[in-house]
Design a protein around this ligand. Structure first.
Ligand SMILES: C[S@@+](CC[C@H](N)C(=O)[O-])C[C@H]1O[C@@H](n2cnc3c(N)ncnc32)[C@H](O)[C@@H]1O
Length: 247
């Protein structure tokens, strides 16, 4: 499926999810509070030329949505016929993974939900994926090298997004061209102790390549002039399409 067609499906999926969620208000928890499907527009801006065939290239192959939150995106892949693993971890998840379990049940989706702590020496539910979606989670992980290294030996493609920064805050130092990552204090960013490593763009390129991925495309958005690792108003994100060089 070309990404243009996928975008149309995602629009229809958004309506269906809104309807299902509205008709079935959760009992004792709330649905994830951010717009997961907004990632479709960000990936749309990332993919050009041949890479817009990404989903055709992985036709019939298994997909993992890692850090899936309520699973809105992974469940769409399942609806389109892929076998899908929805992966998250209860203690970091918005609603203890009750949302993803409830939504999977309401949709009668064949996708499978897995509790996997990516901060442990984890094993993936399946040996081989066509695509792993790793959106908005890398900066929440203690060991990004371990995770990316493992993924490069289990998936052909990876769609990755994470927060990045051009400057450190104090002293203000330009790190954009340096292959580095900034380690946050527990209360430095959004008062959220699960925020760890904020890479520079060069650092992000370096780690994915060292782990065994080729960068097919990279897109930066948000504050692309003066981003730093901590401030909400200086938030920059990178989206990457990666292809494994190891499988
Ligand atoms: C910011 S949300 C991203 C949600 C969605 N992928 C998106 O891009 O909109 C990060 C997700 O990563 C999960 N996560 C954080 N640390 C994790 C860990 N150690 N193991 C598994 N999942 C983790 C959180 O529970 C949360 O659901």
């Amino acid at each position: 499926m070309n990404f243009d067609d996928f975008k149309v499906k995602a629009g229809q999926w958004r309506k269906r999810l809104t309807e299902v969620k509205t008709k079935n208000p959760p009992d004792g928890f709330t649905w994830y509070g951010y717009d997961i499907l907004a990632n479709v527009d960000h990936v749309d801006g990332l993919l050009s030329g041949d890479s817009r065939d990404l989903l055709a290239r992985v036709a019939g192959e298994r997909i993992a949505d890692i850090g899936c939150a309520d699973g809105d995106l992974g469940l769409l892949f399942a609806d389109l016929g892929h076998e899908v693993d929805l992966i998250d971890w209860p203690s970091t998840n918005w609603n203890g993974m009750r949302g993803v379990r409830r939504l999977t049940g309401l949709l009668e989706s064949p996708a499978t939900v897995h509790e996997v702590d990516l901060d442990s020496q984890f094993a993936l539910p399946s040996d081989r994926y066509g695509l792993v979606v790793l959106l908005g989670i890398l900066y929440h992980l203690k060991n990004p090298y371990f995770v990316l290294d493992k993924l490069a030996s289990h998936t052909r493609y990876c769609l990755l997004s994470t927060r990045i920064a051009r400057y450190t805050k104090a002293p203000k130092t330009d790190i954009s061209e340096l292959p580095v990552a900034y380690l946050l204090t527990p209360d430095e960013c959004n008062n959220d102790a699960t925020n760890f490593w904020i890479f520079s763009a060069a650092g992000l390129r370096r780690i994915v390549e060292r782990c065994g991925f080729r960068i097919v495309a990279m897109r930066q958005l948000g504050d692309v002039k003066a981003s730093n690792p901590a401030d909400a108003e200086h938030d920059e994100r990178a989206f990457l399409m990666l292809e494994s060089t190891r499988i």
